[in-house]
Design a protein around this ligand. Structure first.
Ligand SMILES: C[S@@+](CC[C@H](N)C(=O)[O-])C[C@H]1O[C@@H](n2cnc3c(N)ncnc32)[C@H](O)[C@@H]1O
Length: 220
């Protein structure tokens, strides 16, 4: 079984969030817009998603931790499932220019507006569909804040595919540890479809045969 990691939480904690305000701001309509993962989710008003998702170098710290923790070298092959605009892959490639990076996402808008340097390595695909790769083809597969957007029946094939194509894997998903965090998560999340405690997530990983590492982000 994989290990609990702490790579992404420091980034996640930097954002300030007014949970109740969000819940009262026509949230159902905002969720419907967000789930299209189009321009408004990425670069529209904050009520629909990121409120402007621009490259600002914040991913470098995460990339460095991944390189150190997984011993990635210039020969590494790395896959990002739900890569969005490819910011993390770009950092990895910047730090390891010889590495092979690949990523996919269901959002055409994210891919069209991806970091130019890695755009050619990205393609449109859904995490729950079979991946066009061989067994254990990647030294590391990562998936950050994507998989909780899948429903349970899609999580199973997605986790199985990540496990199949990777030597090592690391995923981050949203979770909650108590009623307050569940409330906050439900207020804040626009696209989340799987709301679980860490215990339930780990149970799911075992049940679905995912043996990679994981991290949970919480809405404290
Ligand atoms: C919160 S964003 C995170 C993006 C990126 N990993 C990052 O951290 O910058 C969630 C991502 O999941 C993608 N996504 C949602 N459902 C998906 C699916 N079924 N297959 C692939 N990507 C999906 C969205 O398009 C979006 O890029």
């Amino acid at each position: 079984m994989g290990e609990l990691r702490n790579f992404f939480t420091p980034l996640h904690r930097k954002t300030s969030r007014n949970y109740v305000e969000r819940m009262l701001d026509d949230k159902v309509a905002c969720m419907q817009v967000a789930k299209e993962y189009g321009a408004r989710f990425w670069d529209g008003d904050r009520r629909y998603g990121y409120g402007g998702y621009r490259y600002d170098g914040r991913w470098e710290a995460v990339a460095r931790q991944l390189i150190d923790s997984y011993g990635l070298t210039e020969k590494a092959k790395i896959l990002d499932v739900g890569c969005g605009k490819g910011f993390l892959l770009h950092e990895l490639k910047r730090l390891l220019p010889g590495a092979t990076v690949a990523g996919f996402d269901c959002s055409p808008y994210a891919l069209e507006n991806a970091k130019e340097e890695v755009r050619g390595n990205l393609f449109q695909h859904r995490a729950q569909e079979p991946y066009p790769y061989g067994d254990k083809e990647f030294d590391l597969t990562i998936s950050l804040t994507t998989l909780h957007n899948l429903e349970l029946f899609d999580l199973k094939p997605a986790l199985a595919e990540i496990e199949r194509v990777s030597k090592r894997a690391y995923i981050t998903v949203e979770g909650y540890r108590n009623e307050q965090e569940l409330f906050n998560l439900q207020c804040w999340a626009l696209t989340c479809a799987s709301f679980y405690t860490p215990k339930a997530w780990v149970w799911l990983f075992e049940e679905f045969g995912y043996r990679g590492d994981y991290e949970f982000i919480y809405f404290e």
